[in-house]
Design a protein around this ligand. Sequence first.
Ligand SMILES: C[S@@+](CC[C@H](N)C(=O)[O-])C[C@H]1O[C@@H](n2cnc3c(N)ncnc32)[C@H](O)[C@@H]1O
Length: 201
Amino acid sequence: VNKLWIVGIGPGHEDYMLPIAKEKIKAAQVLVGGKRHLAAFSDQKEKWPLKMPLEAMMTDLKKIYKEKQVAVLVSGDTGFYSMLKMVKRHFEDEDIITYPGLSSLSYMFSKLNLSYEEALMTSCHGRDITPQVFDQYPILGLLTDREHSPRWIQDQCKNRRGKIHIGLNLSYEDEVIMTYALDQEIPEIHESLCVVVVEYE
Ligand SMILES: C[S@@+](CC[C@H](N)C(=O)[O-])C[C@H]1O[C@@H](n2cnc3c(N)ncnc32)[C@H](O)[C@@H]1O
């Protein structure tokens, strides 16, 4: 009997995908994931693009996953703001196998030649981000969204000195990494594939 595979596919480019993730994706009969992620894999497979409400998709997956091998593709690492938590509300632990991936933030820190032991790594989306967070750590690694843009992050770091690094489309051909002083004017960016690292002096 099959188990549901949750596969971390890394920041995007296949060079940064673990061999085991590639192997599992190849072996799966059904791929579930964002349109962008699905497009990168063989068209011979049944593909289920994510659609809202995800709960309804989970109910549909439950009906088929034992007969057909399903791989749910998630960006970056499975253990960091991925669909894993939501999947676990619908499936028993013993029915899931998780394969990790490289997080977009760990990729970004490596590009900056920085280590992240002292950093707070979190998402700006949701309740994990409070104004205090911006003062409590020497380094922040942040997932952004349309509302919580690099500019918004810069605003939260008012009166602090240091650098803000912005990573767009990481690992893809059009990857851009920019660094500004915290008091410098930074461009308005509302890309969906964007992470920010703040490094205080
Ligand atoms: C739902 S979260 C998933 C995070 C993912 N699990 C990880 O470990 O990177 C989506 C966010 O990840 C970030 N992200 C994922 N892939 C990215 C990439 N290739 N370049 C820049 N940011 C990326 C963006 O901040 C995006 O809003």
